[in-house]
Design a protein around this ligand. Structure first.
Ligand code: F6R
Length: 234
């Protein structure tokens, strides 16, 4: 793992942008994307830049079960607002939160990932070490599946909703097995509340208790973290 420590999330956004720019230069065309607070500054830097994704494909990590693509809290909406309306991709995939045939949706999403091998996967990390919505205990070989969100994830994501009762309890998430197939992985983390998860990811045992610890076994992982998130690294 390559660990880059930056001063703060703004500096992290610039460093994250560089990873995207280099990947494009090296011929990357398929990007695995994340939502949440962490990638916002990277997306801001990309939006300001002249990077062109019009011939590229994006595949997002996850979506809440039950939310429509136009729901302001949905990850479809987040991606539209933070990236796609300024940087359109040729094709963008997110799980359909309102799929009527759940199993067909999960299978189709895996097929999409197989058909479009991911060149660069962007990840955030939960305070409990989750990547995508793969909570502690998730199968390291897992594919796209329906996840029951933990109380800590629901509490952490409540900041985007009117109150905690509005947060969906289930999500569809790309599995860890699929994430690990990406050629290159970029994980970003900012703030002291991520310090424990980062220490477990980088220096802990590879254990399903900290899903992100599996990244130690991937050949090409870059971590961009701020000083606060790096605080517990030895
Ligand atoms: C988002 C995702 C999650 C987040 C994680 C951190 O698509 O898959 O794993 O990356 O929950 O969220 P933030 O960045 O809001 O702290």
């Amino acid at each position: 793992m390559k660990v880059i420590i930056v001063k703060d999330q703004n500096a992290g956004g610039k460093a994250g942008y560089e990873v995207f720019a280099n990947a494009i230069e090296e011929g990357a065309t398929v990007f695995g994307l994340a939502t949440g607070g962490t990638p916002e500054t990277t997306y801001q830097e990309i939006v300001k830049s002249d990077l062109d994704f019009s011939k590229c494909t994006s595949i997002n990590l996850d979506e809440y079960v039950g939310l429509s693509a136009t729901d302001p809290q949905s990850y479809h909406h987040y991606m539209q607002e933070h990236l796609f309306e300024n940087k359109p991709f040729k094709k963008s995939y997110l799980p359909d939160g309102q799929a009527t045939d759940e199993n067909a949706e999960l299978k189709a999403y895996d097929q999409t990932i197989q058909d479009n091998p991911i060149d660069l996967q962007l990840l955030g990390i939960g305070t409990n070490g989750h990547i995508g919505f793969n909570e502690p205990g998730s199968d390291f070989k897992g594919q796209t599946h329906k996840v029951k969100l933990t109380d800590s994830t629901i509490a952490a994501n409540a900041r985007y909703f009117e109150d905690e009762t509005q947060v969906p309890h289930y999500a569809y998430s790309m599995g860890i097995g699929s994430i690990m197939q990406a050629k290159k992985i970029l994980l970003e983390a900012y703030g002291e509340n991520k310090a424990e998860a980062i220490a477990a990811t980088v220096q802990g045992p590879v254990s399903e208790e900290c899903p992100a610890s599996i990244l130690q076994t991937h050949p090409d992982v870059t971590l961009i973290i701020d000083e606060a998130a790096a605080k517990l690294l030895k």
